[in-house]
Design a protein around this ligand. Structure first.
Ligand code: AHR
Length: 335
């Protein structure tokens, strides 16, 4: 009994300590979750981003400008960029996406070389919680497999090329067509868009159509073949890009005809080489396709990461250029 006050004192202390421990245990998780909530809520800045980009290759002046725009913008903004060049092979591009998934980047940008064959790897990215942004070229996948498409309206570019063809030839021409990479979105849509307009002009005939794979070398080779086959029957060329048109110009000169005069040439991209050819009188029109997508791409990626609203398609604004304005415009061209 003599020890009972001490006992009571010890029990009381134990009780106070235990209660304190309980309070600590209850408040600790709350404090932790409140901190992590704050962390996820504070918006990310460009310097916080790790962005992957799976480029398709370096087939044209346009593509080189596109790659430079992405690399330079990343550097200016302080974004960590993981860049892969697939060297014109879809399997390399798929492998690049898989590597970027393993690296747990925040967003993957990709210019798909062809439209089909992306479901599996895009699904893998989605399962890993990594958003895909399509840059420059679309892919035929369901809309839930990518967050947004940033790029041109290739159908409209094809239509604009046809409108220019109608204007330059007064609705009468024998056209040979240099098609882009088979199965690619720009080749598919430019092919379709051109025909949509031309079908109202029965005296414009597409006498042949073959791929030049978007390169100058192939454009030259295919055009030489067309000239061997049809000779002076050809009065116009529709090239799906400037590089193939520049190749066609060389082939026409080698054949002994005057490009831009004996054979009208219309192409797409509006790269500096096309302006130089227009100034030299060898190209008759070029339809703009804007490759300088770096600033818009990173802006979009930041919005996606911060869960801010963004559109499903960010279209590029593009013009049509003729030789009359080429001298004045060339110094302002950035690609
Ligand atoms: O996807 C855009 C197209 O690809 C450009 O017109 C062409 O030059 C490039 O290679």
């Amino acid at each position: 009994m003599r020890n009972s006050p001490i006992l009571l004192y010890l029990v009381l202390c134990g009780f106070i300590l235990l209660s304190f421990g309980c309070i600590q245990n209850q408040t600790l998780p709350f404090t932790q979750s409140s901190n992590s909530e704050l962390e996820t809520e504070s918006p990310k800045r460009y310097e916080d981003l790790i962005i992957g980009f799976a480029q398709l290759g370096a087939e044209s002046e346009w593509r080189v400008a596109n790659t430079n725009s992405i690399k330079e913008t990343a550097e200016q903004l302080g974004v960590e960029l993981r860049f892969y060049d697939a060297q014109q092979k879809q399997e390399n591009q798929i492998e690049a996406v898989r590597k970027l998934i393993m690296q747990k980047v925040d967003v993957i940008g990709i210019s798909p070389i062809v439209e089909t064959g992306w479901e599996e790897v895009f699904q893998e990215a989605k399962d890993a919680g990594i958003p895909i942004i399509l840059v420059d070229r679309r892919a035929s996948v369901s809309e839930d497999l990518y967050v947004s498409y940033l790029g041109s309206d290739f159908l409209e570019e094809g239509r604009n090329a046809a409108r220019a063809m109608v204007e330059l030839t007064n609705g009468k021409a024998n056209v040979v067509e240099l098609v882009g990479t088979i199965g690619s979105a720009p080749a598919n849509d430019r092919y379709k868009g051109f025909r949509e307009i031309i079908e109202d002009y029965p005296e414009i005939k597409i006498i042949d159509s073959q791929t030049g794979d978007f390169t100058l070398a192939r454009g030259r080779e295919v055009m030489a073949g067309f000239l061997q086959k049809y000779g002076t029957e050809i009065t116009a060329v529709f090239a799906h890009n400037d590089d193939m048109a520049l190749g066609a110009i060389l082939a026409i000169e080698e054949y002994g005809l005057r490009p831009g005069i004996d054979i009208q040439i219309i192409s797409i991209d509006a790269a500096r080489g096309a302006f130089e050819a227009m100034i030299a009188g060898k190209l008759n029109a070029t339809i703009e396709c804007n490759p300088l997508l770096g600033p818009q791409f990173f802006e979009l990626a930041l919005k996606v990461v911060n869960k801010e609203p963004y559109p499903k398609w960010v279209p590029s604004i593009e013009g049509i250029f003729f030789p009359e304005s080429a001298i004045e415009i060339l110094p302002t061209r950035k690609y």
